[in-house]
Design a protein around this ligand. Sequence first.
Ligand SMILES: [Zn+2]
Length: 128
Amino acid sequence: MLTMVTNCSVDELTQPAETTAECITAKLAKFNKKYKPDQHSDKGIHGLQVKTWHSEVYTHFVMPPAIMTMDSGDIGYQFVCKLDPSKYVTHSCMDKSTSNLICHVNTCSPSTSSASTPSVSNYSVGQF
Ligand SMILES: [Zn+2]
């Protein structure tokens, strides 16, 4: 049965609580094989990864994202929202899923959160 996911629980669904050490090791092995961190710096890997990002979801964020350290100690990226720079989404460099980014894009609506644009303002067109 397919259920529409309307909230931000996507990560919980794709990453069940039983994220075992084995699972993380497998992920790390895959990551190491692809990006060879022993040959590339974090910045180098970052550059390689940015090139693989073709999803439209990334256009919502300031590119390239800043490199930061996650709470878990992993290297992650900080995707700052272009529409609302006070908002950002963090994303582990090993996590290929864009679900948290998509989740932000879906919930990001600065047009409703910011003050509504005054339709007829004090500025009259052609007054200069
Ligand atoms: Zn946004």
